[in-house]
Design a binder for this molecule. Structure first.
Ligand code: CP
Length: 305
């Protein structure tokens, strides 16, 4: 039976550990993986803009010896003529061995998985979930900290619409002693369903605050996020909230010396470029990790491991 990845919780913690181990092996011995996907094709169906996710999936497949086809905007596909996601993936299943889909509507990759005869990977659906970003984040935390438990994680910014935060919390609550500090303006707090279905159910320790300064000294990981302009109903609210948090070298004064600063990117204004040269800034190493973990995931879903 084919396997899809729609939500991070489709993977067991053991499977996530295996993917992380495999990604670390790829990093150590890339030549051992150069022919793994010879003759296989990945379709990237992106109905919404992307730089990192689409290109890292494509780079991942090429580095495994496979090929890539697809589209990077809905307007260049028959979606522009009204074709459904179901019909599109039935069609693409005739041409590709695996599909990565990004879509502005929550649940679209789930519908795709029901209708495709090949594995479907959710590459981000609306404000819902972004499981391969979470795998990237977990690999980054593991490589930076050497562990996935016993950490205090600050999630800062747009926790309402930021799908990467929802997926990351879903994953990290399955590890021991992970405490969360949720830092956001009142209007962009974590949705109630994430609190009740994930944080409260897993009995995770968490607190909410609007103050980054308050949280900073306690954090092992600071996960910054962009205010998601594309999900706002009105521009005035976006403009009022967009610069709620801007991380600067001055704001890091109270931080631990071994803090790791992550960001799924793209950033707009929420991390000053002056922070980039701080060794605690991990977000460009995080981008590269995304390629390796996607290589491991493609092999797992194609049963090539
Ligand atoms: N992190 C992330 O999903 O980036 P892109 O939107 O550029 O793919």
């Amino acid at each position: 039976m084919k396997r899809d990845l729609i939500d991070i919780r489709d993977l067991t913690p053991e499977e996530i550990d295996c993917l992380i181990e495999r990604a670390e092996d790829i990093i150590a011995s890339p030549e051992a993986y150069r022919e793994k996907c010879r003759g296989k094709k990945l379709a990237t169906l992106f109905y919404e803009p992307s730089t990192r996710t689409r290109l890292s999936f494509e780079a991942a497949m090429y580095e495994l010896g496979g090929n890539v086809l697809g589209f990077s905007e809905a307007q260049s596909s028959s979606a522009a003529k009204g074709e459904s996601v179901a019909d599109t993936v039935r069609t693409v299943s005739c041409f590709a061995d695996i599909i990565a889909m990004r879509h502005p509507k929550e649940g679209a990759p789930f519908v795709a998985a029901q209708n495709a005869s090949v594995p479907v990977i959710n590459a981000g659906d609306g404000g819902h979930s972004h499981p391969t970003q979470t795998l990237t984040d977990l690999l980054t935390i593991k490589r930076e900290k050497g562990r996935l438990g016993n950490i205090t994680v600050g999630c800062c910014g747009d926790l309402k619409f930021g799908r990467t935060v929802h997926s990351l919390i879903g994953a990290l609550t399955r590890y021991e002693n992970v405490d969360f500090i949720l830092i956001s303006p009142e209007e962009l707090t974590l949705p109630e369903h994430v609190k009740s279905d994930i944080l409260l159910k897993s009995r995770a320790r968490f607190e909410e605050t609007a103050s980054l300064e308050y949280a900073m000294p306690k954090l092992d990981i600071l996960y910054m996020t962009r205010v998601q302009r594309e999900r706002f109903f009105n521009e005035a609210d976006y403009i009022r909230l967009k610069d709620s948090y801007i991380l600067t070298p001055e704001k890091l004064a109270g931080a631990k010396s071994d803090l790791s600063i992550l960001h799924p990117l793209p950033r707009v204004n929420e991390i000053s470029v002056q922070v980039d040269s701080d060794p605690r800034a991990c977000y460009f190493r995080q981008v590269l990790n995304g390629k390796y973990i996607r290589m491991a995931l493609i092999m797992m879903l194609l049963e090539l491991l």
